[in-house]
Design a protein around this ligand. Structure first.
Ligand code: ATP
Ligand code: MG
Length: 654
């Protein structure tokens, strides 16, 4: 898309300086960029000292066999010890680690001392089940404290975990169990969603009937809902029977920094999920550092809340490993934002006096759709930093978030990263960066990223291309589980010696980075490359639109034609002239070439469980094709609803 269009999106020149008080007391200041630039590996070696090592590493990076990195390779540590025990040993045993809020309203406050006991018992239980260092454990759980305990227990004994979203089907679970060759599955009878118990164990039972899952010896089951649960004697074990009777003592053993910590399958927005492998020392270093830097965490006073599901990477790095390594106090909420009412999240912020909130654009746009009056009913004045992750955040949604949730006080940090990168890579720093709504802006200290053209040349400011990472980073994926070749092909073959992220991006006149969506989603209209993100942001900037998804559908005249699916804001009606009005609005913002050919108001969009719009399914719909793989979709009935709206729907031709 032309530079003009970006300039258009930016034309209001909205800039937000960091609040003075935050800037004055910020954990990280502008000096960190310089220091990291002067000595990148020295900078990361210094960050590694945030952790407690049994054996300190003497070298930061071994890049002798690229792209297979080894970080801090002669160092030894235990990840669970770093997240739990060391805080207790430092006298912080009484600090609350987790304020748990169940969907039905039950609550638990779990201190670091409690967490140490629970994790030790769970580690002993896994050992009793015969789990050995290196064995894989699949975890298929709701958002309850035992999920965190289970992950840390695995980390403690060096058994890599593989979390599978609680919303996935038994088939998706079976594929992941097979691929990781898991020996034990940890699950629950169910969890609460939308006011009702929602069973999980039946999907595990079903998955374990499939070939390739025979090596699963045991299923460890947490009782959460108390619903009737089918039982396989000899295989199934209740958590409260096995874990509760274990000793509270377990001495953590140190592992090599490169010991595998977890496998996590990407959310599958673009196709077959990849089993991303993360290891221990480098991963924990960057998760801890970025959580400290990007959220300005003050563990003594902050109450942090990340609304992500623990089953995706944000939950791994910014519910479990980063915050706990930093000794944070955090909120974990089990349920959906609208149960029992649409103000539930804001009620939780008010109740726990949450100071840092980290969520996804999809959630913010949903709240916009529900209306400003809902958050306005609650006292959100405790908030001081807001974060966003998962998709590009439209400038309109960014401004809405800062205004309606942040009371026009708080910085908003738009954090770009991926399952593969393990931790945040590109983001403003809340006490340093003058924020631009809609832009992730700058690589963090110690991170090297840029935008290149087809020939791998760095593009000048004001131009777009492909986002690449130019130097290895501590929390980078080490490979795709069991498939080194796919690791090389997917990330390292497009450009020599550079990691290709798969995302389009552009640099503005100041050199700040704007993410433009996946390269696979970029549209080609009459010879022009048009980014889905920019058209979506233009639509969302219209007062009647809460959310938009844009795809390019094959078109005989223009190669691709822009097709937009929009969700209207709470009060907006779907009247006659609306579609025309929206088309004109986009043309005004981005130029006539970006004017959507069709606009279809819908009630919901197809999303992954992590809240990302699955544009490839919308493309299938727009081109009247059978739907591709829908296994990672939250709710497959959404597609039927959208398809049923299609014939003769609000389309218009030029
Ligand atoms: P798959 O790789 O299987 O298709 P996925 O890419 O959706 O799935 P994730 O690793 O969860 O799986 O998502 C990372 C992607 O999310 C990034 O590559 C980018 O496209 C998008 N993303 C995440 N954060 C941001 C952000 N702040 N701004 C723009 N895009 C973002
Ligand atoms: Mg991806």
């Amino acid at each position: 898309m032309s530079n003009e269009s970006l300039a258009n999106l930016l034309k209001e020149e909205r800039r937000f300086a960091p609040p003075a008080e935050l800037a004055a007391n910020a954990n990280v200041t502008a000096e960190a960029y310089e220091r990291a630039k002067a000595d990148r590996l020295g900078f990361w070696a210094e960050q590694a000292r945030r952790l407690s090592w049994e054996t300190e590493p003497t070298e930061a990076l071994d890049w002798s066999n690229p792209p297979f990195a080894k970080w801090f390779k002669d160092g030894r540590l235990n990840v669970a010890y770093n997240c739990v025990d060391r805080h207790v040993e430092a006298g912080l045993g009484d600090r609350v680690a987790i304020h748990f809020e169940g969907e039905p309203g039950d609550t638990r406050a779990i201190t670091y001392a409690d967490l140490r006991r629970e994790v030790s018992k769970a580690a002993n239980a896994l050992i009793e089940l015969g789990v050995q260092t290196g064995d894989r454990v699949a975890i298929y759980m709701p958002m309850i404290p035992e999920t965190v305990v289970a992950m840390l227990a695995c980390a403690r004994i060096g058994a890599p975990h593989s979390l599978v979203f609680g919303g996935f089907s038994s088939d998706a679970l079976a594929t992941r169990i097979q691929d990781a060759d898991a020996r034990v599955v940890i699950t629950a009878d169910g969890g609460y969603r939308r006011g009702k118990p929602s069973a999980l164990k039946p999907a595990v039972d079903e998955a374990l009937t499939q070939p390739g899952t025979e090596k699963v010896r045991n299923v460890l089951v947490v009782r959460r809902t108390g619903e009737e649960t089918a039982w396989t004697e000899g295989r199934d074990v209740w958590w409260h029977e096995l874990v509760d009777r274990q000793s509270e003592e377990h001495t953590p053993q140190a592992f090599e920094a490169e010991h595998p910590l977890f496998i996590l399958y990407t959310s599958g927005t673009t196709g077959k999920p990849k089993g991303i492998l993360h290891t221990s020392g480098g991963y924990l270093t960057q998760a801890a550092y970025t959580h400290h830097a990007v959220f300005d965490l003050k563990p003594e006073t902050d109450v942090y809340w990340c609304t992500a599901d623990v089953g995706w990477v944000t939950g791994h790095s910014y519910i479990v490993y980063g915050p706990l390594a930093n000794g944070a106090t955090q909120v974990i909420y089990e349920g959906t934002p609208d149960t029992p009412h649409k103000g539930r999240w804001w009620e939780i912020v008010e109740k726990y006096k949450v100071t840092i909130l980290y969520t996804a654009p999809t959630a913010i746009r949903t709240c916009m759709k529900w209306g400003d009056d809902i958050p306005a009913k609650f006292d959100l004045s405790s908030l001081r930093v807001l974060g966003s992750v998962g998709e590009p955040i439209n400038p309109e949604a960014w401004v809405w978030y800062r205004h309606n949730i942040g009371g026009d006080r708080t910085p908003v940090v738009d954090t770009w990263w991926q399952t593969e990168t393990g931790a945040i890579m590109i983001s403003p720093l809340p006490g340093v960066t003058e924020a631009k709504p809609g832009s992730a802006q700058v690589p963090l200290p110690g991170i090297s990223a840029t935008v290149v053209d087809d020939e791998a040349n760095e593009v000048p400011n004001g131009s777009g291309g492909y986002l690449v990472l130019t130097e290895p980073w501590p929390s980078m994926l080490r490979t795709i589980w069991g498939d080194d070749q796919r690791y090389l092909d997917t990330y390292w073959s497009r450009f020599q010696n550079r990691y290709f992220a798969g995302d389009g991006a552009k640099k503005d006149e100041d050199g700040d980075i704007w993410l433009l969506g996946r390269v696979d989603d970029v549209m080609l209209v009459s010879g022009h490359n048009i980014s889905t993100t920019e058209v979506e942001s233009a639509l969302v900037s219209h007062p009647k639109v809460a959310e938009a998804a844009v795809v390019g559908a094959t078109d005989p005249q223009t190669t691709q034609a822009i097709c937009a699916f929009v969700i209207l804001r709470g009060s907006a009606a779907e009247d006659e002239g609306l579609v025309e009005e929206l088309r004109a609005h986009v043309a005004k913002h981005l130029g006539p070439i970006a004017k959507p050919k069709r606009i279809l108001p819908v009630d919901e969009l197809p999303k992954t469980r992590s809240g990302k719009i699955m544009r490839r399914l919308l493309r299938d719909v727009a081109e009247n094709r059978d739907l591709g793989d829908v296994t990672t979709l939250t709710d497959s009935t959404v597609m039927t609803l959208i398809q049923s709206k299609l014939p003769g729907a609000a389309s218009s031709e030029d």
